[in-house]
Design a protein. Sequence first.
Length: 371
Amino acid sequence: MAGPADTARRPAGSAACEAARDTLTASLDTLVTRHGVPGIAAEMTDPGCGRWDAARGVADRETGRPMRAEDRYRIGSVTKTFTATVVVQLAAQGRIGLDAPVERYLPGLVRSNGYDGRKITVRQLLQHTSGLPDHTASLVRLPLDQWRFRHFEPRELIATALKMPRPEKAWHYSTTNYVLAGLIVEKVTGHGVEAEVTRRILKPLGLRDTYWPGDSTRIRGAHSHSYFQATDEPDAPLTGGTAWNMTFGGAGGALISTPADVNHFFRALFGGELVSARWLAEMQRTVPADPNRLWPGARYGLGLIATPLECGGWWWGHSGTVPGGHRALGAVGPGGRTIALALTAVPSTAQAEADYRATAETTFCAPARKH
């Protein structure tokens, strides 16, 4: 037990730092021991606490290899924030108009089944208010062997979406929106969105563990495996889902990364390294999100989810889920604290999902302990 001299030598804020680390560790333990998530890793950074990471469970159920925060994983829809950042950078350069119609950049592409690119703006794509359905909802209804290892072209995915019924709600989460945004980036730059994200974000920030997998179904280097329930039965066993062709997600869900790289990206975005304060404010202009698709109180900006904290303020970031089982979260809270999570399976019950979501809440709201 620390004596008075030890306490005096602690840096300012160390009690709050310990509280945040303890609550985060407890959240990881809960997800693994109570809810059966095979493995989970987290990295937290704080201006007053520095960098800290932790991991629980296993990265590979067959070998028992422990989970590590350094392992790569699929970040799913966190990819959307990378794509949105590039679109906003191009808007800042005057090359894309956020309130310009999709038709200006992709003439005739969105013009069937009542969908009309002349009436949909770039901002609406990034904000999920375009009224377009989500092609992934159509794919997941197919037998896995018909699409898990298939290559998909962006225009093929858009064509699939345009055959689907119009969503019932004004705000409808749709990866199709970001596939279209990726094609707009390609149209105005002459390069694929993958090349532009790499050139404008990954290389300048030195995110060496973040990359686009293309058609490769494997994850390069040290990585966690992922697991999913292959049937809808409540007690269905987990099966391996690491190998997957992610072209079905494309600009809206294909990136591979690590918790450290995800944290670095969000720190850079909110620290002014990628867009100016004016354009970050554009990204933070939000509309109410569907709580059934995200969670109660969530709002959506341009590739950013905003969530109110019980202790005051908001956390900003994005979550991501891939069919094979990886679940990701990257978030920035009040005071510049960041957290990135990597799960090897999606929480399988309502309580597990609630405890997963609470991880950010408790980490950002952790009170200083009394000594």
